[in-house]
Design a protein around this ligand. Structure first.
Ligand code: UDX
Length: 456
């Protein structure tokens, strides 16, 4: 089949590349000319395992094309994916201006039957809005072409996006037209070979499914983070509790790892958008609000532990931070817990030596320039360089090289062997026996006993 994918961000580029890998002819369209030129040279704007090879191969073989000319791409294809960003607006709602602009552009150029697919995460009702906008444009032109709008949300994890696309758990197709459903079934046939993974439902149902999936996952994480704080106060090891509850097939082992908060481009934004959808309808989304609040609090937790241990004023102290990306396997720092921690540490006067296997460039681009100029934040080349002379190490992202470090070397390099582990990577007993002062998330050891009667 011949497709157009508008937007070459994480979702659009992975979608376009993976469809071309499956033998479809794909145009990837973006308004950013320099991005399109770089893609033609095989330069991928994001770090995503496996993506570069797929893009380069399919580009060379002519199945994958990059262009800024949407009209040309549309003329040559029958399915148009909208995969542009839906950033959080000021009030927390999803900003649909990019989606609507693409819909207008499609309406201005539509000249045959086509299926318009919403791939971006969009609030319930957006499919109808996209349809209206395209109809308005057709009316303005005085033409009448049939078309269908389909919702086909993505469920891609950053760092595993290619794999997730190639081997999906399910393919959700929100469609109200037999004709469009058949087109989508044909398109996805190769991804649904072994057993039928395609689920057809209404457009609104599909839009809601996407938000609900992300909100449910975020809820599991915030719930476990709250339990981990309670465990810490009760002298209980949350890791034992995690294993104990995960064995219940109704609960499952995934997404119940306590940590220093969820980040990324999806969970925070999608939980907020869902809250906004509820509030707009005069509902009180108490659970969702708590999930969000808990996460804001959780991101402050490492900094709080550090100030309890070292005092509110951290001037004269240096901390190592291992991991800046919001999770392993990506260079993405959007909403990363590391950002909240750096603000707390540097804001309290500390100096930070930070190491991340791939996110250093992102950090240089996105963190305050003054931190680097004044050497309040120094990015190191190697994980052990970040430990030289530090008063404590803080593990924020659970990259694999941090899992089994050389603990003797760590002790030799650090001024004091104090470790704050935001991802429960080490065995507390072993750490203590090696002479570390080790603080994890909810593993029974508190930095200081609570004095207040109630805290989060
Ligand atoms: C997520 C969804 O998984 C994906 O289906 C959706 O389409 C986009 O959003 P992603 O943001 O790439 O994907 O990351 P994910 O691996 O889901 O992790 C999100 C955050 O949750 C990370 O910050 C991670 O560290 C945190 N997390 C995850 C936990 O703190 N505990 C867990 O048990 C799992």
């Amino acid at each position: 089949m011949n497709l157009t994918v508008v937007g070459t961000g994480y979702v659009g580029l992975v979608t376009g590349a993976c469809f071309s890998e499956m033998g479809h002819n794909v145009y990837c369209v973006d308004v950013d000319e320099s991005k399109i030129e770089r893609l033609k040279e095989g330069i991928i704007p994001i770090y995503e395992p496996g993506l570069e090879r797929i893009v380069q191969n399919n580009f060379q073989e002519g199945r994958l094309r990059f262009t800024t000319a949407l009209a040309d791409a549309m003329a040559d294809s029958d399915v148009y994916f909208i995969a542009v960003g839906t950033p959080a607006g000021e009030d927390g709602s999803a900003d649909l201006s990019y989606v609507i602009e693409v819909a207008r552009e499609i309406g201005r150029n539509l000249d045959k039957y086509a299926v318009v697919v919403d791939k971006s995460t969009v609030p319930v009702g957006t499919g109808e809005r996209v349809r209206e906008v395209i109809l308005e444009e057709l009316q303005d032109r005085g033409v009448d072409h049939p078309f269908d709008v389909v919702s086909n949300p993505e469920f891609l994890k950053e760092g595993a996006a290619v794999d997730d696309f190639m081997r999906p758990d399910r393919i959700i197709i929100g469609s109200e037209s037999e004709r469009a459903t058949e087109v989508m079934r044909t398109l996805y046939a190769d991804f649904s070979r072994n057993h039928d993974k395609i689920m057809v439902m209404g457009v609104r149902d599909a839009e809601m499914t996407k938000y609900t999936a992300n909100a449910m996952l975020a809820t599991k994480i915030s719930f476990m983070n709250e339990i981990s704080t309670l465990c810490e106060r009760l002298g209980v090891d949350v890791e034992k509790v995690r294993l104990g509850i995960g064995s219940d097939s109704r609960i499952g082992y995934s997404f119940i790892y306590p940590g220093c908060g969820y980040g990324g481009s999806c969970f925070p934004k999608d939980v907020n958008a869902l809250i906004h959808m509820a509030e707009q309808r005069q509902l009180f989304p108490l659970v969702l609000q708590s999930v969000h609040q808990r996460n804001l609090f959780q991101k402050m937790m490492l900094g709080e532990k550090i100030s309890t241990r070292f005092g509110k004023d951290l001037s004269g102290l240096t901390f190592a931070v291992w991991g800046l990306a919001f999770k392993p396997g990506t260079d993405d720092m959007r909403e990363a817990p590391s950002i909240a921690l750096l603000h707390q540490l540097i804001g309290a006067g500390a100096r930070v030596l930070a190491y991340d296997p791939v996110a250093a460039e992102t950090a240089r681009r996105e963190l305050p320039k003054a931190w680097f100029e004044e050497e309040k934040l120094v990015l190191t080349e190697h994980q052990y360089d970040a430990l030289k002379g530090v008063d404590a190490m803080v593990l924020v992202t659970e990259w694999k090289p941090f899992r089994h470090p050389d603990f003797d070397a760590m002790k030799r390099l650090m001024k004091a062997p104090v470790v704050f582990d935001g991802r429960n990577q080490y065995d507390p007993e072993r750490m203590e026996s090696m002479g570390f002062d080790y603080y994890a998330m909810g593993r029974g050891k508190q930095v200081q006993p609570a004095t207040s009667s109630c805290s989060l």
